[in-house]
Design a protein around this ligand. Structure first.
Ligand code: HEM
Length: 277
């Protein structure tokens, strides 16, 4: 299990972007085969729900495919001993997305705005990529409480100042009552169990998104990758015992708007009792 962004401090919106070592751009783990087969299934059977593009993103998408085709055999020669095989009949971002566990978003600059111009988004955290295509950073983050007045300007600056030489990464997290990676809607999963003190450690999931930002040298677009990890609380505390105490104090420091946005209202009481016991 990787990434522990919860440290017990109150949950506040922050950018928290750090320099990315490009050799660590893409992560591959033992879930590769199952994640990739789920992506292939979604891209085949629900294509228009998980893949969007406008012509503005075509050049950047071709560049992403070229970069990945060079990167993967170099960094993971045991998986790709020669070259990657790519279906050239596909949109280049879809072809790229079928190689890695990450979701891929191309952002293109139009005037002062960074616009979502192509995305392969199989593992959304309860949002719909079809509603985001063609929108700028503020528009994409419209439903996120406090975004505009807290980190909106800082995020825009990161995009404006990003250089080819200095890519970035950051982590977002949430708690969910389902471990499914593909969570397209904001509603609670219909088969979600009632959370109680008996089942909480198996029923709540700590979901992390490891995100990277990389400026593409030729098109000038920016590639945003999202790698989603989800583990039960039981699994998390095995490796990070302090998580139990920290998640309670961190979530207690959330605003009511964030609690509402994240869908935590109906798990909050059980979560706090578990955390304090
Ligand atoms: C430095 C860059 C970025 C920062 C700091 C940032 C920050 C955030 C934060 C704090 C949230 C709230 C969700 C949570 O806390 O769980 C969020 C949600 C989201 N972000 Fe970003 N974000 C960045 C870049 C992007 C980009 C490039 C996209 C392009 C697709 C994007 C798409 C979204 C979407 C779709 C949501 C969910 C919105 C919804 O609920 O409809 N973000 N982001």
């Amino acid at each position: 299990m990787t990434y522990m962004p919860v440290d017990g401090k109150p949950d506040r919106m922050h950018v928290g972007a750090r320099a990315l070592d490009l050799d660590k751009w893409i992560e591959i783990n033992s879930d590769y085969e199952s994640d990739l087969s789920q992506k292939h299934e979604l891209l085949t059977n629900k294509h228009d729900e998980v893949f969007v593009s406008i012509p503005l993103g075509d050049a950047g998408s071709r560049e992403v495919l070229a970069l990945l085709s060079e990167h993967l055999p170099r960094i993971f020669p045991e998986r790709w001993p020669s070259e990657v095989s790519v279906d050239s009949s596909l949109h280049p971002l879809e072809a790229a997305s079928r190689l890695v566990q990450e979701d891929l978003c191309v952002m293109s600059q139009v005037g002062n705005d960074w616009i979502l111009s192509a995305a392969s988004l199989c593992f959304p955290s309860r949002w719909d990529v079809r509603e985001k295509i063609g929108k700028n950073l503020l528009g994409i983050h419209g439903p996120v409480p406090h975004y505009a007045e807290t980190i909106g300007t800082a995020t825009q600056n990161i995009f404006d100042k990003l250089t080819v030489e200095r890519p970035l990464w950051r982590v977002n997290w949430t708690v969910m009552d389902s471990g499914e990676l593909h969570q397209p809607t904001a509603v609670r999963s219909p088969d979600a169990m009632e959370i109680n003190s008996e089942n909480i450690e198996q029923s709540l999931y700590f979901r992390r998104e490891r995100q990277t930002l990389r400026k593409l040298p030729d098109s000038g677009d920016i590639l945003f990758t999202i790698r989603t990890y989800s583990d039960t609380f039981a699994h998390v505390v095995e490796q990070f015992p302090d998580f139990r105490k920290h998640i309670g104090t961190t979530i207690a420091g959330s605003t009511p708007q964030l609690v509402d946005y994240k869908g935590w209202a109906n798990i909050l009481n059980e979560l706090q009792s578990w955390s304090q016991s």
